[in-house]
Design a protein around this ligand. Structure first.
Ligand code: 3HC
Ligand code: NAI
Length: 700
């Protein structure tokens, strides 16, 4: 049982007790109905209070139960709410901390609601590709008005209880408690006072629900929502359901909501978004690092190098209120770095995203230095200097000399071996990779690179600090490119082969952007700088001379077309503009290249483009799992969703492969292996894929 029952005088108290957030799973629902029955049977009980133990009133329906028989097993949430409505004794919800989704719907089924200030109130189902399925679309408009309710339902965003309580005419809360601490006592007193009253118990379902502009308002809502959510069916269904609340009888509206909820539950978008919710939380767990591993305190941070990455990295900590000392070789480099940080903050102030006084507060936390001795007190030092092992050796040698015992020494290297870097110190257990993505103050992804000797407490600390600076941290083992770049290399190779065989950069970009990627590989190359990949390929030519790849990208770089920064890349660019204009010169270069190779171009379908690019990610991802570089497929999905613009509604490459069916994916790979222009060795399905297909299983 995950709901507790007790009686205080003439008030029965049902406390949801299903940690961590009192999800309304089967056992909790049983607990509520059993508590309710006891209270109704007990002649001494005059009123009932429902509240939540721990850090939430309730986070809603138990997401982990979705898709299992328990999700709908009676008592389901609808029948629990109905039972509350039917209670002949007044039921008061005492709401605090978090009241979301089914939790809010449960509260709306109670006769009265008392809320603590500071409670986050939301119907966030839309973020899971759903709509509220236990009456939220029918009841919330009745207590907050159609517009406020629809905004909350369509955005899924949380609103603080005191804000909602201050809305004129609101009927969501009957009382706002003076403080979270006094909530329970106030709710019990409130329950006693309503028990003493005569008359019918109030039900939200009986309140009127109308919008003065009717059809015109809902047309406007559809236009707004439709434009914002072209890849998600849920937001428009939210509008439909709320409109039904204004036009139909309550029970008919409920039936319409239920129909949409059931349909949405099985859409690929909702399945992907639910996977993402779980994968994001699971990513912060490292299999052999227990949750209670002690973390080292991080009160001050040092950053070495104030270039492209160092400045952005520093901003993350300043934003979180953590003081940063940034070190450079020369004053000019420091000045340039600080000017860029200021410019970034000033742009935020100009756009109204940051208040001027906050900006100054953040800058006041920043110190600069040319001397390593000023880093002696730092708890965490992140190196972001040139990508050369010799330079890293010098820097880590200095850090080993000055850093206090227990300081964490991190490298932002994108390609170098973290174990080698750790070996430059006498404390390899304190060394870890923290691979931020550019722009480091914006991109959510942080690959945490675990060296062979990295301490478990170091990993736990870095995962904790990542949360504080609002990054999605994913642990990667040491290998060339870590998770993200190791996979993208295979994707880029496919993009090159497609050009050799007959596609144009714009066709490839368009096909994969239609699939949902934020940017195709060629536009992305132009943005990041084609010279970066060129340098990697030159290194590869020495390390793995047999690796097959298209020479078109090298030829592009030989023309000095590095991308937007040189005004030309795969595309042409007008001065000061970022619009990618197809380039006749590049297309001619590709044609000439094909002639040199004796290739007759063929028409390539968008479907083939998407499959070759995405399945290249999947096959390399499977190798990454086999090699133990990533510990679970959801981690790989998180890397691609937060760092590489993979379409969120497709759930990441590994989830997408599961959805397509691994058998189909493997068969496509075997077809690609027969293409003489492609890389037959690469397209052998990874042993893990073959094993899963043979066992009828998925990446899990
Ligand atoms: N069901 C089951 N588990 C849940 C849950 C839920 N509704 N909400 C959160 N959890 C779990 C998380 O999976 C995580 O578990 P873990 O520790 O094993 O990884 C744990 O609670 C803590 O979650 P967070 O790390 O997100 O904790 P925070 O304190 O940062 O945030 C929260 C708490 C605001 C409740 C946040 O978890 C959240 O937004 N949850 C989702 C709420 C939601 O979407 N509710 C709607 C569910 S659908 C529904 O109700 C359908 C109904 O209309 C019929
Ligand atoms: P950058 O060239 O913009 O900046 C490097 C800075 O380090 C320069 O300002 C330089 O003066 C300073 N520096 C060099 N040697 C130093 C030393 N011994 N002591 C103190 N300062 C020194 O380089 P960028 O792009 O910021 O890259 C830094 C690191 O981050 C590299 O390891 C790179 O691989 C990695 N990285 C880069 C990404 C990018 O997109 N630019 C993305 C992720 C990681």
């Amino acid at each position: 049982m995950t709901a507790e029952y007790k009686v205080l005088g003439d008030v029965a108290v049902i406390t949801l007790a299903n940690p961590p957030v009192n999800g309304l799973g089967y056992a909790t629902r049983v607990g509520i109905t059993e508590g309710l029955s006891k209270a109704l049977d007990d002649g001494a009980v005059k009123a009932i209070v429902i509240t939540g133990a721990g850090k939430a009133f309730s986070g809603g329906a138990d997401i982990k139960e979705f898709g299992t028989p328990k999700a709908i097993q009676d008592p389901n949430l609808l029948s629990v709410i109905l039972a509350l409505e039917h209670s002949t004794k007044p039921v008061v919800a005492a709401i605090h901390s978090v009241c979301m989704g089914g939790g809010l719907e449960l509260a709306l089924g109670c006769h009265y609601r008392v809320a603590a200030p500071g409670t986050s109130v939301a119907l966030p189902e839309v973020k899971l590709g759903l709509l509220p399925g236990a009456g939220g679309t029918q009841r919330l408009p009745r207590v907050l008005g159609v517009e406020t309710a629809l905004n909350m339902i369509v955005s899924g965003e949380a609103v603080k209880s005191e804000v909602l309580a201050s809305l004129p005419g609101q009927k969501l809360f009957d009382k706002l408690a003076a403080s979270p601490e006094s909530l329970f006592d106030e709710a019990v007193e409130f329950a006693k006072s309503v028990a003493a009253k005569d008359g019918e118990l109030p039900l939200v379902r009986n309140l009127p629900c109308k919008h003065p502009q009717g059809d015109a308002y809902f047309q406007f809502a559809r236009n707004t929502v439709g434009a914002m959510s072209k890849n998600y069916p849920a937001p428009l269904k939210c509008v439909d359901a709320v409109e039904a609340a204004t036009k139909r009888k309550f029970d008919e509206g409920m039936a319409e909501e239920r129909r949409h909820f059931t349909n949405l539950m099985f859409t690929p978008e909702s399945i992907a978004l639910r996977h993402l919710f779980m994968a994001e939380r699971a990513a912060s767990r490292i299999p052999d690092v227990p949750d209670d591993t002690p973390q080292r305190p991080i009160k001050t941070v040092g950053v070495i190098g104030a270039g492209t990455m160092g400045g952005g990295i520093a901003m993350n900590f300043l934003n979180a209120g953590i003081p940063v000392t940034i070190l450079e070789m020369k004053q000019e480099a420091l000045d340039r770095g600080i000017a860029t940080i200021r410019k970034n903050y000033e742009a935020q102030v100009k756009k109204g995203k940051l208040k001027a006084d906050k900006y100054e507060q953040r800058m006041a936390l920043l110190k600069t230095t040319l001397s390593y001795d000023d880093l002696k007190d730092a708890d965490l030092i992140i190196e972001a200097v040139f990508e050369e092992l010799g330079v890293k050796e010098k820097v880590f040698g200095e850090l080993d000399r000055v850093a206090k015992p227990g300081a964490i020494l991190a490298s932002n290297t994108s390609t170098l071996d973290v174990d080698k870097i750790a070996a430059f110190t006498k404390r390899p257990q304190d060394v870890v990779g923290m691979h931020f993505f550019s722009p480091a103050n914006v991109m959510k992804l942080l690959e945490v690179v675990r060296g062979a000797k990295t301490g478990k407490d170091v990993l736990a600390t870095v995962m904790g600090i990542a949360k504080k600076i609002k990054k999605t941290a994913v642990v990667s083992g040491v290998c060339d490119g870590f998770i993200g770049n190791r996979m993208i290399e295979q994707y880029s190779r496919q993009a090159g082969f497609l050009l050799d065989e007959g596609a144009t950069p714009q066709q490839v970009d368009k096909a994969i952007e239609k699939f949902g990627f934020a940017m195709g590989p060629f536009r992305m190359g132009d943005l990041a700088g084609n010279d970066i990949g060129w340098a990697i390929r030159k290194r590869r030519a020495v390390e793995t001379p047999d690796m097959k790849y298209s020479r078109t990208a090298d030829k592009l770089c030989e023309l000095g077309r590095f991308g937007q920064k040189t005004g030309a890349g795969w595309y042409d660019y007008q001065p000061g503009k970022r619009d990618a204009i197809p380039s006749a010169l590049v297309n001619k270069m590709i044609e000439d290249h094909r002639k040199e190779l004796g290739i007759t171009p063929r028409k390539i379908s968008d479907e083939e483009i998407v499959q070759r690019l995405v399945y290249a990610l999947v096959n390399e991802g499977a190798h990454i799992l086999e090699d133990g570089i990533a510990s679970k497929s959801g981690d790989i999905d998180m890397v691609y969703l937060t760092g590489y613009g993979f379409p969120i509604w497709r759930g990441g490459p590994m989830h997408y492969a599961n959805q397509v069916g691994l058998y189909n994916v493997a068969e496509a790979m075997k077809r690609f292996a027969k293409n003489p222009r492609d890389d037959a060795d690469f397209w052998q399905p990874a042993p893990l894929i073959r094993k899963l297909v043979a066992e009828g299983r998925q990446f899990g």
